[in-house]
Design a protein around this ligand. Structure first.
Ligand SMILES: *Cc1c(COP(=O)(O)O)cnc(C)c1O
Length: 393
């Protein structure tokens, strides 16, 4: 049987394995010292003031919305070209969701469309309280522009940087929260570094951080100094809000600490893989790679090719051909507003044409540390076959 090359996967070495095995014979499997250590190391590396580790990016997005006080009366805008979790987090809080269409060249939220939509919403008195830009593929959105608009229109910002740990914007690591209230990363195995399942919310705001710490653990406060009802009894803890059990375990944190050491190396390798793809694909003229702006260093969670007008009608055929050739291609993303659940909320195909157009053309091809030159050549050769087979010239 042919080897299957997935579109993405984890890279685990013996050090990772040793660190995880070591926790198992330590005193704590959860709520131990490794969580704090992982959070501190994220702060040292990416330079936000606070990092709150949780059991997934989805959980992080949920409590990030709660920390920003998102409720029924609020509207949250995000990109339709994302994983459903980017929008679901607002629905968890009872808020309304709306989307801002994307730029076809980058796949990212369009600043022009955002500006227009904000102007309209301002007239109608329907401004969003929160915008969640999504750093698709690990390429940061234009955060300076979004921050400027937030100052004019008074919305808050959560960066869904699930793809983007290790990426940079204006030379600074995504996660520094220079242009946002909170930044969220995912540690799912297909993402840049992994903890198995896991996520983190980063912020520079102490008030948000305190809320996030509490919300990930049932809304419980254990520090007597912060009690609503002071007491001398040392065993008392207070539930002060309705939180969840979204905690990360020390087993996961041990893996995270070990993986974080390799972050820059992984991202460099991903950039090298993209460079090599572009070099190999120079004579394939029915597709292009997504554009990355000059002030952005992408972590390249995904390698996306976009079919041109000659090839767009063969999207499904090309996808199937590549899959049958053992290449784990994928589409990122089916626009969120086209999901049945969102259609029930009133959205329709046609609402965000660029995201739909993009989804009809985009194909994610394999990228992960450990993908070999031989793998890349094999993938290139299959694209050459596509060109001949479908007579796309
Ligand atoms: C993976 C992903 C999430 C969810 O991450 P989990 O850690 O699996 O919960 C959210 N948003 C985007 C854009 C993602 O790619």
């Amino acid at each position: 049987m042919k080897d299957f090359i997935p579109y993405g996967k984890q890279n685990i070495d013996q050090n990772d394995i040793n660190e995880v095995v070591n926790v198992l014979s330590s005193d704590y499997l959860t709520q131990g010292p490794l969580i704090v250590s992982f959070e501190n190391q994220i702060c040292e590396k990416l330079s936000p003031k606070y990092a709150v580790a949780v059991n997934s990016a989805t959980s992080a997005l949920h409590i990030a919305c709660m920390a920003l006080d998102i409720h029924e009366n609020d509207t949250v805008w995000t990109s339709p070209n994302s994983f459903v979790a980017s929008a679901n987090c607002a629905l968890y809080c009872g808020a309304k969701v709306d989307f801002v269409d994307i730029d076809l060249e980058t796949g990212l939220i369009s600043i022009t469309k955002l500006t227009e939509k904000l102007e309209e919403a301002s007239v109608l008195n329907k401004l969003p309280s929160l915008i969640i830009p999504v750093h698709l593929c690990g390429s940061s959105c234009d955060m300076e522009a979004i921050k400027k608009l937030s100052l004019k229109y008074g919305f808050k910002i959560i960066e869904d940087a699930s793809h983007a740990i290790g990426g940079k914007y204006n030379g600074t690591y995504v996660g520094a929260c220079e242009y946002s209230d909170i930044t969220v990363f995912s540690f799912h195995p297909v993402k840049i570094i992994t903890t198995g399942e896991g996520g983190v919310a980063c912020t520079n705001n102490k008030d948000y951080a305190d809320k996030l710490y509490k919300l990930r653990s049932h809304g419980i406060e254990k520090n007597h100094k912060n009690f609503y009802e002071p007491t001398e009894k040392p065993w008392v803890y207070e539930q002060q809000s309705l939180g969840y059990n979204y905690r990360m375990t020390d087993i996961h944190a041990a893996l995270g600490i070990s993986q974080l050491k390799k972050l820059d190396q992984f991202v460099e390798e991903r950039n090298e893989i993209i460079r090599r793809y572009k070099e190999l694909f120079f004579d394939i003229d029915f597709l292009s790679f997504l554009e990355v702006k000059n002030n952005v260093y992408s972590s390249f969670h995904l390698a996306v090719i976009v079919l041109d007008d000659k090839a767009v009608n063969f999207h499904k055929e090309i996808f199937l051909f590549l899959r049958e050739s053992g290449i784990g291609v994928q589409i990122h993303y089916i626009p969120i507003h086209c999901q049945p659940y969102y259609k029930k909320l009133g959205f329709n195909r046609g609402d965000f044409p660029n995201a739909e157009n993009y989804a009809d053309r985009a194909i994610s091809i394999p990228i992960y540390p450990g993908l070999t030159d031989q793998n890349q050549k094999y993938i290139y050769n299959k694209f050459k076959e596509v060109q001949k087979y479908y007579k796309i010239f």
